[in-house]
Design a protein around this ligand. Structure first.
Ligand code: C5P
Length: 286
């Protein structure tokens, strides 16, 4: 019996501008998204029925019924492609929940790719209604590990392949931040978009550009979880940090550094000081 595996990498919003709101309540975004090497791992084996099991550091509290996006993604593919086969899926949950790094969306996207291979059917394109219905971040996660500029509610994507080589430190202070609550806390919903992205920039030039950008969800997220600003201050005070910001709707914060050696040096003192926090040096995929 063959088992195939895929990584569902952490999704990182290097910028996130909220530029408007649709009549259905969803917000229009302009965001530069990239991926970290660290991620959940999903494996799939052909079976008659559908089943999901979970293990890993963050397994506690992960549902294994149809409320899990993995099983919803599997059902979406089965229904669109008319599949009658099943699969036994296993999720190794390495990413924190409700953390702004697309754990559930990345799992759903990796599941769609994995099951298309397992069942030997065409994968769903990122802009398919069934994909967008799974979650606004699922389309961008389907394009992982390619960095993308994400617009619309998350469904208008353009590849951005001009990221300089770098590494990151991810810091999650252990507080779950519900995405809807963060969006509801926005004071202004029509903010300027990003303008032109820097192409051919060196890492310091790229970091300087990032320092002029924003994550508009940072103020409402920090009002819910003040630990976010504590994490950002700790990161910004470390030597070698070129830029630090919050990803998605928080609470995970991200620092950009030149390489994995620098990432480990930045991570170590923070992990020692904050033993219960999730602190991960990781390459930036590009
Ligand atoms: O699409 P997803 O289920 O990931 O979104 C969770 C919630 O985040 C939505 O119900 C909505 O409240 C908010 N959201 C939004 N605009 C987006 C993405 C998410 O308002 N572009």
């Amino acid at each position: 019996m063959t088992t195939i595996k895929a990584t569902a990498p952490a999704k990182i919003n290097l910028t996130l501008h909220v530029t408007g709101q649709r009549t259905d309540g969803y917000h229009l975004l302009d965001s530069l998204v990239t991926f970290a090497e660290v991620g959940d791992v999903i494996s799939a084996t052909r079976a008659v029925d559908m089943r999901l099991t979970v293990s890993g550091h963050f397994a506690v509290g992960v549902p294994t019924d149809e409320s899990n996006l993995i099983l919803r993604a599997a059902e979406a593919l089965r229904s669109v492609r008319g599949i009658t086969m099943g699969a036994h899926l296993h999720l190794e949950k390495n990413l924190p929940h409700a953390a702004g790094i697309g754990g559930g969306s990345s799992d759903a996207a990796a599941t769609l790719k994995l099951l298309a291979e397992l069942w030997d059917v065409d994968p769903l394109p990122h802009d398919h209604d069934a994909v967008v219905a799974l979650g606004a971040d699922v389309p961008v996660c389907l394009r992982a590990p390619t960095p993308c500029r994400m617009r619309g509610i998350g469904d208008h994507l353009t590849d951005f392949t001009a990221l300089p080589r770098a590494a990151m430190v991810l810091v999650n202070p252990g507080v779950e931040v519900p995405t809807p609550a963060t969006f509801q806390g926005l004071k202004t919903k029509r903010n300027p978009s990003m303008g032109d992205l820097p192409t051919g920039a060196t890492l310091p030039e790229f970091a300087a550009w990032l320092n002029e950008q924003r994550n508009d969800l940072h103020p409402p997220a920090a009002a819910i979880a003040p630990e976010i600003d504590e994490a950002l201050t700790l990161l910004r005070n470390q030597r070698g940090v070129l830029w630090a910001g919050m990803s998605g709707s928080g609470a995970t914060c991200v620092a950009l550094v030149k390489d994995m050696g620098a990432a480990r040096q930045v991570a170590r003192p923070i992990q020692i000081r904050k033993g219960s926090w999730w602190v991960v040096p990781t390459p930036l995929l590009s």
